[in-house]
Design a binder for this molecule. Structure first.
Ligand code: NI
Ligand code: MN
Length: 228
């Protein structure tokens, strides 16, 4: 069965793979572009890139309701456990772990990670997800960094990159990131959620086509793309 990548708005992605549903950065409540509400998702696994409210989002409620395994850095795990989330697995930058659905590796990201209540959320991360039929990189929130060339050695099939600017890299730096990552497909995120991070997705796609070998995959919230 092919892996399906579904965009739910902002940085929220749901991966349907080998009978499991994996949910990245479940921010629904207060997300003006979310395509579904928090009570409509039923993930087996939740993956968190960092502690900001627009990424941890509804994780506590969803994890308690579904019993999903929550994978995050150590500091965010401690915060989750204080709120009664029991099914957790913590990792840290550079570490990989093989789960029953695939292998997760945390990579560096240049950003913040403070949790919504002011708790220390540790270091922000990107996530490399190695599945049976492909390798997905969710960059999280980050600026451009040249060590994306090392992440390229993971032989990525698709990269999910923020392009909104202001809080993360913008369109121009995402072109450089795509070059560094040597990735054949790139999906933009973290834009058009609020006026401050408004971007022209078609203009961005044109830049990707003109300046990289990658195929731009622009998804509207609710749309999905299949990794073959
Ligand atoms: Ni953030
Ligand atoms: Mn963010």
């Amino acid at each position: 069965m092919a892996t399906k990548i579904e965009f739910l708005g902002h940085s929220v992605f749901q991966i349907h793979t080998a009978g499991k549903t994996l949910l990245f950065d479940p921010f629904f409540t207060g997300n003006p572009v979310a395509s579904v509400t928090a009570d409509a998702v039923n993930p087996d696994v939740i993956l968190l890139t960092h502690g900001h409210g627009d990424h941890v989002g509804d994780v506590v409620e969803i994890a308690k309701r579904t019993g999903a395994l929550v994978i995050s850095n150590y500091e965010i795990e401690a915060w989750l456990q204080k709120q009664g989330v029991e099914n957790t697995h913590s990792m840290h930058i550079g570490g990989a772990h093989k789960f029953d659905f695939g292998t997760v590796k945390l990579t560096q990201a240049f950003h913040g990670s403070m949790l919504p209540d002011g708790s220390n959320g540790g270091s922000p991360a990107g996530i490399v997800l190695r599945l049976e039929d492909g390798v997905i990189y969710h960059a999280g929130d980050t600026g451009l960094f040249s060590d994306m060339q090392l992440i390229a050695e993971e032989s990525l099939d698709v990269a999910i990159l923020p392009i909104g600017d202001n809080y993360t890299m913008g369109p121009e730096d995402s072109i450089r990131a795509t070059q560094f990552l040597s990735v054949p497909n790139v999906i933009p995120c973290h834009f058009n959620t609020w006026p401050l991070i408004e971007q022209d997705a078609d203009g961005w796609a044109k830049l990707i086509r003109e300046n990289t070998e990658a195929e731009p995959v622009v998804l509207k919230p609710g749309e999905a793309w299949t990794l073959d």
